[in-house]
Design a protein around this ligand. Structure first.
Ligand code: NAI
Length: 400
């Protein structure tokens, strides 16, 4: 029979995934959208028409037209019999979908999160419990595309597609169902090429947004550099990167690599080889976009994908601006990012002094309390995906 695909969500990513999956041969695609009245609005907007995915590539636009069979907020109308469930929403919405999925687990079911974002495997373990051992769980480090809804429910644009994407799989035990990597690759199409290997924990550590954004924010607005007064314009985020910020970033990425090395030292069978220095990651993932890959600083400054991106700022009068510390660079990348890194580091027993320093600064700017005296025990750990939030305190807790 047809491959039964469920796409969870209703934003840019879910529109794109639903459209691409429905365009493949022999698929039965259902959209499961829990958010407010979004499913109803999507179904109404689409009516009997096709969903269009407009792919922009080398100056040309190709339209892919297809139609999901169901768009609903009702789990009983979307989840039964699913072969693969793809969760394509921001990390803060993962928990609600996992709660719904819990009643529909079956041997060999493939659960994919794209982007998975740090701590996804802890949320899965906590929400799905023992029953998830019979399923295949795939965590992809990022989203395959830069995509934007053009007309809600009806048309989405793929503005750019990654060449390759890394991720990890926890296989069903006992083995069951179609091959997870092949199945997801079939739905994506030829690009990006999935490079799936290693432990899920490696994806949590290797999600670079966790420390990339906070390192650059700290480097520009930290106490050594900035006096707190408004500035003339929002500085360029990547192209304006100075040596000080690069040093912070370099130190943080080294700390992440040292956490991974410590895991492997303690558990030799755990594959953490995908955790690499961010300089090596860039020269692989963004190979085509980087003009000068010589150093980490030159790599970031000459990445064409980053042209013109500025520090998030808010107006401060007289045409001047102040940094916007309510931006998702902190709001998402700390609770679903840096706190997860710190939590893993504590469990593994790796000191991460620069991460601590940056995290302490971030939490002050956010008005949150994660670290207390260098330990991840603050009251706001409860709203993160750090392992400690779920009561995971040992290496076995976070590896199994
Ligand atoms: P989006 O901003 O389009 O997602 C919004 C959707 O999330 C809503 O339509 C709704 O379905 C769901 N949602 C929002 N609030 C919710 C709530 N309270 N409860 C349940 N569901 C809720 O996000 P997008 O663009 O689809 O991206 C998904 C993830 O991928 C994000 O984490 C984003 O940062 C990341 N990403 C996006 C890229 C893009 O080009 N769109 C590129 C790279 C990463």
């Amino acid at each position: 029979g047809d491959l039964k695909v469920v796409v969870c969500g209703g934003g840019n990513a879910a529109h794109t995934m639903a459209g691409l999956a429905a365009s493949r041969q022999n698929t039965d695609v259902r959209v499961f959208d829990l958010f407010s009245d979004e499913a109803e609005r999507w179904a109404k907007a689409l009516g009997n028409d096709d969903l269009t995915v407009s792919v922009h590539r080398e100056g040309k636009i190709t339209d892919i037209k297809s139609k999901p069979n169901v768009i609903t907020n009702d789990p009983s109308k979307s989840l039964p019999g699913a072969d693969i469930i793809i969760i394509a929403v921001p990390a803060f919405a993962h928990a609600a979908y996992l709660d719904a999925i819990k009643s529909y687990l079956k041997p060999g079911l493939i659960i994919v999160a794209t982007p998975g974002q740090p701590g996804f495997e802890f949320e899965v373990k906590s929400k799905l419990g023992e029953g998830v051992s019979q399923c295949n769980v795939v965590c992809i480090e990022t989203l395959p595309w830069a995509c934007r809804i053009k007309e809600f429910g009806r048309q989405v644009e793929i503005l750019g597609c990654k060449v390759s994407m890394t991720g990890a799989i926890k296989y069903a035990d006992p083995p069951a169902g179609p091959d997870p990597q092949d199945t997801f690759q079939f739905l994506l199409g030829p690009e990006p090429v999935l490079n799936i290997k290693g432990h899920l924990l490696a994806v949590s550590l290797m999600s670079v947004n966790s420390y990339l954004h906070s390192a650059i924010l700290y480097g520009r607005w930290g106490p050594e550099v900035w006096d707190g007064t408004p500035v003339a314009e929002a500085p360029l985020f990547y192209q304006g990167l100075d040596e000080h910020s690069t040093d912070i970033l370099d130190a943080m990425t080294r700390e992440v690599v040292s956490i991974a090395k410590m895991v492997t030292a303690k558990r030799q069978n755990v594959d953490m080889s995908t955790v690499v220095h961010i300089h090596d990651w860039y020269t692989t993932v963004y190979a085509a976009d980087i003009t000068d890959p010589t150093t980490l600083q030159s790599t970031l400054k000459t990445n064409k994908a980053y042209n013109g991106l500025r520090h998030p700022c808010v107006p401060a009068g007289d045409g001047k601006v102040l940094p916007d510390f309510s931006h998702r660079y902190l709001g998402e990348d700390i609770p679903y990012g840096l706190t997860v890194t710190k939590g893993i580091a504590e469990i593994v027993g790796t000191p991460v002094p620069v991460t601590d320093m940056v995290l302490k600064w971030c939490q002050e700017k956010m008005g949150k309390e994660y670290l207390v005296d260098g330990k991840l025990v603050g009251k706001d750990v409860a709203s993160t995906r750090a392992p400690q939030k779920y009561g995971f305190y040992t290496l076995d807790d976070i590896l199994n």
